[in-house]
Ligand binder design. Structure first.
Ligand SMILES: [Zn+2]
Length: 385
């Protein structure tokens, strides 16, 4: 719980993921063989294939290299991206980790897992003579969900979101009619506190509500948390695994694109939140919080590969992991881009059902988080082939 709180409460809007990256890096370092940050800021952790013999974690893999060495698996492996990218040794990015690894699993495939580090935010566009800040969105902001909320700047300055009280102000208010009040008495004072182009995150603390969690940025720190916990649990993996903590998902899946290009995985699984159909008057959607991990069938830019989804469902059934099937009519996630980079990746998405997505108080259920980690661990150990 401590780690989830830290991940959610910390400042990290799109393009400002540094603090999140630091937290994740310190938590996964001993569970992977290589770790790197690419030019865009994606954190990419490499866990080579390893046999059950090697005791827990990639920690051991670190010193010994891969113990499994089904070297031939490489040639037997996919005809697609992974192999060629490896030899081609794309100069930067995770590519280099690969060539250094020369660790082929029993399956010999490459699986990329991806969860995004960034959260939605606001960016300052104008400071008026009375010291109020006008702003626009960084990512998908619903104006009615942010009114009178607190925000925090990277330098620690705190503000409150206010709204014009003119009669003609539309309802719900547009961002154009809203402003941030940082307690400055005029423009000059405000300029000593913040600058045009500064990006704010919402200022909120994670709390338990009964057996559930309410926090800002569950989208997608809860996905990051699932990947971190999965890395700790893997005992043996037949494939080479890449855990990508991506940047700038909220502004157009940007980090995932270069991450996937460098890795060129045969398989990819994104982990993110999805909305639910379980609150009053919500859209008809067969996903509820507390009923298990959601396996995505379709969203607005992605259709889950049927073979991958069959595999995910069969693992869930076999392991008695509660699951639901998700069709999200609006919105998408990193898998939408990962699946179409280079020669493509066979892709799926695991979603953590979440209420009030893109608000300052998103809500999810710990049991769904546990189910997600269990299914992810199963994928890591058994593969997707
Ligand atoms: Zn997300």
């Amino acid at each position: 719980m401590e780690l989830i709180k830290k991940l959610c409460d910390t400042y990290g809007p799109a393009s400002r993921e540094d603090n999140i990256r630091k937290i994740i890096k310190s938590n996964i370092q001993k569970y992977c063989k290589k770790i790197k940050v690419d030019r865009l800021g994606n954190l990419i952790a490499y866990v080579p294939a390893k046999s059950a013999g090697s005791t827990k974690g990639a920690g051991s893999a670190k010193s010994t290299g891969s113990t499994t060495g089904a070297g031939s698996a490489k040639s037997a492996g996919s005809t697609t991206g992974a192999g060629s990218a490896k030899s081609a040794g794309s100069t930067k990015g995770a590519g280099s980790a690969k060539s250094a690894g020369s660790t082929k699993g029993c399956n010999g495939d490459t699986i990329m897992f991806c969860a995004h580090m960034d959260e939605i935010g606001l960016i300052v566009t104008h400071i008026d003579k009375n010291g109020f800040l006008r702003f626009t969105n960084v990512g998908g902001i619903f104006p009615e969900r942010i009114l009178f909320e607190r925000v925090i700047f990277e330098n620690g300055t705190i503000g409150v979101i206010g709204v014009e009280t003119k009669r003609e102000t539309p309802k719900p208010a547009h961002l154009d009619n809203m402003f941030i009040d940082i307690g400055a008495k005029n423009k000059e004072e405000a300029q000593t506190m913040v600058r045009i182009g500064d990006i704010v995150a919402f200022y909120q603390q994670a709390v338990n509500i009964n057996k559930r969690l309410s926090a800002k940025a569950l989208d997608d720190r809860i996905g990051c948390y699932c990947l971190i916990e999965t890395m700790k649990k893997i005992k043996a993996n037949k494939d080479d695994l890449y855990f990508v903590f991506s940047v700038q998902e909220e502004v157009g899946l940007r980090g995932a694109r270069v991450g996937a290009y460098a890795i060129a995985p045969k398989y990819a699984i994104a982990v993110d939140v999805t909305i639910t159909g379980d609150i009053p008057e919500s859209p008809k959607m067969d996903v509820s919080i507390g009923k298990g991990v959601a396996i995505k069938v379709k969203d607005s830019a992605f259709i889950g590969n049927p073979l991958i989804n069959d595999k995910l469902v069969s693992y869930a059934r076999k392991m008695k992991i509660p699951y639901q099937l998700e069709i999200l009519e609006r919105g998408t996630t990193d898998a939408a881009i990962i699946q179409i980079v280079k020669e493509g990746a066979l892709s799926g998405v695991l979603s953590i059902p979440t209420r009030y997505v893109h608000s300052t108080n998103e809500v999810c259920d710990f049991r769904d988080v546990e189910a997600t980690i269990k299914l992810l661990t199963c994928i890591c150990e058994k593969g997707l082939g």
